[in-house]
Design a protein around this ligand. Structure first.
Ligand SMILES: NC(=O)c1ccc[n+]([C@@H]2O[C@H](COP(=O)([O-])OP(=O)(O)OC[C@H]3O[C@@H](n4cnc5c(N)ncnc54)[C@H](OP(=O)(O)O)[C@@H]3O)[C@@H](O)[C@H]2O)c1
Length: 266
């Protein structure tokens, strides 16, 4: 597999950029971006975003990192628009090759059996963050980019999961949310043939989310199997999954709207 080629000058938004996969995506992308490029990182933790900014600077000192501290679980449309507005100057004043929106932020929610998901407020808030905010933020992004010249490549990446296509016991909220996001972005791909849309499933990553899986999954079998994966060293280093995602983008063999998994042949 050949290495990804440089991307030119880019403007990128990455949600959940304060740690884990989102932070590594920022670093991986920065290495491919030309001077004048900008990454807008969105998350709640300003310290986490500062840490990512440092990592991006080390990866490529010519790429600007802008932090947007925002709770996507509670922000409304106006809140999202005003948080992103100050970063727009970069978009308007630059000769761009590519704009990207990476919907990476996500959460597991209560890892309870479906029959026990009785907490309506938790369910409502869960989908407000994991689905509603994605839909609104995506529309805001598309409104920003609609006036760009057609020479600018526009790509939207939805961070998906095996759970979008396979049921896991006691992960009902998470599986349903990931499935909904995949279908939403398939619809977008159908509506907007000039935009490249990818749902990337990053594989089991050795990070905080997996620690929560091992600690709180209600299903014994699931807890035991993910604990064994951790103990046997079978969770993926996060940067390895980002490298695969970059190869998927570079190879460009997926159909817009496809779900592509880390373990898929490309
Ligand atoms: N880890 C895995 O094994 C795995 C496997 C398949 C798919 N995925 C998917 O990959 C993505 C990233 O997972 P990860 O492992 O990197 O998770 P993580 O380490 O828990 O990071 C989640 C990110 O989302 C942000 N976030 C959480 N709640 C937020 C909110 N209300 N508003 C704004 N940002 C929020 C967090 O930042 P703050 O806390 O600073 O807000 C953090 O940057 C998720 O969509 C996940 O479903 C993960």
């Amino acid at each position: 597999m050949s290495e990804p080629k440089p991307w030119g000058v880019c403007w990128v938004v990455v949600t959940g950029a304060s740690k884990g996969l989102g932070a590594e995506i920022c670093v991986g992308f920065a290495k491919l971006m030309a001077p004048g490029s900008c990454i807008v990182g969105v998350a709640r933790s300003s310290q986490g975003l500062k840490d990512t900014e440092q990592k991006v600077k080390q990866a490529n000192p010519h790429v600007q990192f802008k932090s947007v501290v925002l709770d996507l679980g509670s922000a409304d449309k106006e809140g999202m628009e005003s948080a992103l507005a100050p970063t727009l100057s970069t978009l308007e004043n630059t000769a761009l090759s590519k704009v990207l929106m990476v919907h990476n932020a996500g959460s597991l929610g209560d890892l309870q059996y479906v029959k026990n998901l009785i907490d309506h407020e938790h369910t409502r808030k869960y989908y407000e963050f994991n689905i509603s905010s994605v839909i609104t933020l995506n529309a805001i992004f598309m409104d920003y980019v609609k006036s760009l010249p057609s020479s600018v490549q526009c790509q939207i990446i939805n961070i998906s999961s095996l759970c979008a296509i396979t049921p896991f016991k006691s992960w009902g909220l998470y599986c349903a949310g990931k499935a909904a996001r995949d279908m939403f972005f398939k619809v977008l791909a159908t509506e907007e043939p000039t935009i490249s849309v990818l749902s990337y499933s990053p594989g089991p990553l050795d990070g905080d989310m997996q620690a929560q899986v091992r600690a709180t999954s209600a299903d014994d079998e699931i807890r035991t199997s993910f604990t064994a994966m951790k103990e046997q060293g079978n969770l993926l280093p996060i940067h390895v999954s980002v490298a695969k995602m970059l190869q998927v983008i570079h190879a460009n063999k997926f159909k817009s709207g496809d779900h592509v998994d880390y373990y898929d042949e490309i």
